[in-house]
Design a protein around this ligand. Structure first.
Ligand code: ZN
Length: 453
């Protein structure tokens, strides 16, 4: 028996529609969408506007443990690089059980913030001494299990991290839990292929950054002909990274990547903060997704991605919560737009010919996120995952509001608590703003923090 959801109003690919019946199969994929329908008996009745759930295209789950604890000005030159030292200290202690507990609670909060799937950029592979666990995929499997328990979709991106700097530098002590050779990395990919061959999961390739891999390694990993796995990489997040890359190769990081590697729509370039006009044009032309993480980029003092110029070139983008200082679709999209307003000293910067900023940002991030995760999601349509976010139809701010103004209210004047119910793959995982595991998961998270910090 297929299950059905009845939405008083829903955001469909062709626009907003009233009285929408959404039917899905036992694997959680949509098999029918009907507009102007009557509510059949037995359908789940939504109590507010229904949106496609947002894919979160960039996460390092364990970093949630230190979110908000690095906001002390101990060093006048505080930057990404001093933050990274704190992160390495935390990394030195975490056990697989703690990583799972942290990720479980994190993913619950993500769902409550409006995300229905996550791309986990996973580089914490080994024991504290740098030796692989008896099962080298232990940490990856912990993350997958946390996602399953929370009920969030996941694209797992095991990371190849082989070196400590441009030109194949030896890794530092703080990086030893991350390190793989090309061989051990490909074995890890092979081991996880079966784990990820189920609905709601996907496996992708991932290179930590150009600091961490050589061109030869990228080419070897990407060698499989016809492989359509998504590929993610951190790139040009920091000015220092640009300077170091120039000193090493004579080229800027994005320029180097495009000159040496065939970048296409499988790729998601995380941050790409420091992109010049030529790099912006190359990125947009390649159809790769720019993986933007505005709250983390602001928190780390990275700089501002040239989003306006990128969109004028037809570039594709999506959002990620990265270090998890925020777990909110609202905050990421609001900061994405506000960064451009502050920079250009003008209002309403990021939009298409419809001129509606919130409507544009939400749709663009759905499409970019789905592409970056390599999964059928990001729109309420036949063949996609039944991933839905229901806003609070009783909220006074949403009274007598229709169309993209619903998104305007939520994204520019609302908060996470406007998210009432969340469905992932046909299962309600958040109802009335609460997740069934949140109390137990919160306790386990607190215990993990007590032990690890
Ligand atoms: Zn990152």
């Amino acid at each position: 028996m297929p299950r059905t959801v009845f939405a008083p109003v829903a955001l469909l690919p062709e626009g907003w529609a009233e009285r929408v019946l959404i039917e899905f199969d036992r694997n959680g994929y949509v098999i029918k969408v009907e507009k102007g329908a009557s509510a059949p008996a037995g359908a789940d009745q939504c109590r507010g506007p229904v949106l496609p759930g947002m894919p979160n295209l960039h996460s390092h789950a364990f970093q949630r443990a230190m979110a908000g604890l690095a906001e002390v000005a101990l060093n006048p030159e505080d930057s990404f690089w001093t933050w990274r030292e704190l992160m390495y200290r935390l990394v030195g202690r975490l056990t697989p059980e703690q990583v799972e507990d942290i990720a479980h609670y994190l993913y619950i909060d993500m769902l409550k913030g409006g995300y229905t799937a996550v791309a986990e950029f996973h580089y914490l592979h080994h024991g504290p001494d740098g030796k692989p666990y008896a099962d080298p995929a232990e940490m990856s499997r912990r993350v997958l299990h946390a996602a399953e328990r929370a009920g969030i979709g996941i694209t797992l991106l095991p990371v190849l991290y082989a070196h400590g700097g441009f030109g194949g530098k030896t890794p530092s002590d703080g990086q030893k839990r991350f390190i793989n050779s090309t061989d051990s990395y490909l074995k890890l990919q092979e081991a996880l292929a079966r784990d990820c061959a189920v609905p709601g999961r996907r496996l992708g390739f991932c290179f930590h950054s150009l600091r961490a891999v050589t061109l030869e390694q990228i080419k070897t990993v990407m060698g499989g002909a016809g492989d359509d796995r998504p590929v993610h990489v951190h790139i040009a997040e920091q000015q220092k990274e640009v300077d170091d890359c120039l000193a090493w190769s004579g080229r800027r990081p994005i320029q180097w990547l495009y000159d040496n590697v065939g970048i296409d729509a499988r790729w998601c370039l995380i941050h790409a903060t420091h992109a010049d006009a030529g790099e912006v044009a190359a990125m947009a032309g390649s159809k790769a997704v720019a993986g933007l993480c505005p709250t983390t980029e602001a928190n780390l003092g990275d700089g501002l991605f040239p989003a306006l110029e990128f969109l004028q070139e037809g570039g594709r983008l999506g959002i990620g919560s990265d270090s998890h200082v925020s777990l909110s679709v609202v905050e990421e999209l609001r900061w994405l737009e506000y960064g451009q307003r502050l920079k250009h000293e003008r209002r309403n910067r990021l939009h298409d010919s419809n001129k509606h900023v919130a409507g544009y940002l939400y749709r663009a991030s759905l499409a970019g996120g789905a592409q970056a995760l390599g999964q059928k999601m990001g729109a309420i349509e036949v063949g996609n995952r039944a991933d839905l976010v229901v806003l609070d139809g009783q909220h006074p701010l949403l009274a007598h509001i229709s169309g993209d103004d619903i998104l305007g209210r939520w994204l520019f004047a609302g908060l996470n608590r406007m998210v009432k119910d969340v469905m992932v793959g046909g299962e309600w995982v958040v109802q009335d703003g609460r997740h069934g595991n949140e109390i137990e998961a919160g306790r386990a998270f607190a215990a993990a923090i007590e032990a690890a910090i």
